[in-house]
Structures are given as C-alpha cells and as structure tokens.
Design a protein around this ligand. Structure first.
Ligand code: FES
Length: 125
C-alpha cells in the first residue's frame, strides 16, 4: 500500500531473453559489467542500451574478488539474486504466458514498438 501523499509505481515486467542462464567465462575479478534488466539487449546478459525508452536501467555489477571460472548469469531477467541465475526461470514460462494473455494493455500490443512493460510482451521477439 502506498504511503499517504505518495503514489505507487506500477510494477514493470521485462522481456524474457531466454528461459535459462548464460554460462559466462573469462571474467576478471573487479571487472565492471552492466547486466541487462530489460531483456532486449542483443548482447545478453550484458547491456547494449536497448533499454532506452522502457524505464529499465542496467544493473552495475562488479565481478567478485574470489576467482571463479564460470558464472551462471540470469537471462530470463526474473532472478531474485541479480545478476546470478537462481532457478526462477524454471516456473516462468506459464507465468509469462498468463500475464501476457491477461494484460490490460493487450489491445495495444499490435502498436507496441519495443516492450509492453505491463506484461513483458515484445513484438517480433
Ligand atoms: S535465467 Fe533467470 S533465474 Fe535462471
């Protein structure tokens, strides 16, 4: 519930780039990365500025100091532990399809250019 005098920001839903993580190698401890949060990047899991105009911004992430060979980086964009995959993608497909079917803006989807942040719908994805 919103505090008096403050309006609640409606939840925005990103696009699902893929229903599973990217396995990333070769990251250097201390390296700075921008994790894509909108799901539209062509360089997923990293940001390519495709989020512009969607209200999403990338997550700035510093590769941990403890050396690690592989990282499972979330590509569904619904993880609760960004940028790491936490398994959320496993039950996601039905949730996404239901949300897009029930989207109150689905009549506007034919005019959608980039992303319906109300449900995560992306034209021609
Ligand atoms: S890819 Fe997003 S939680 Fe696994």
């Amino acid at each position: 519930m919103a505090e008096e005098g403050k309006s609640e920001t409606p939840k925005r839903y990103p696009a699902v780039y893929q229903y599973g993580p990217h396995t990333v190698r070769g990251l250097k401890p201390g390296e700075k990365k921008k994790w894509c949060t909108c799901g539209l990047s062509k360089k997923d899991p990293w940001c390519d500025d495709s989020h512009k105009g969607t209200g999403f911004v990338p997550l700035l992430w510093t590769v941990p100091d403890k050396p690690q060979t592989l990282y499972q980086i979330c590509s569904c964009k619904y993880t609760t532990k960004p940028p790491y995959c936490d398994g959320t993608h496993i039950n996601l497909p039905c949730d996404v399809l239901d949300r897009q079917r029930d989207c109150k803006k689905n009549k506007e989807h034919s005019n959608c250019r980039k992303l319906c942040t109300n449900c995560g719908y992306v034209p021609d994805f």
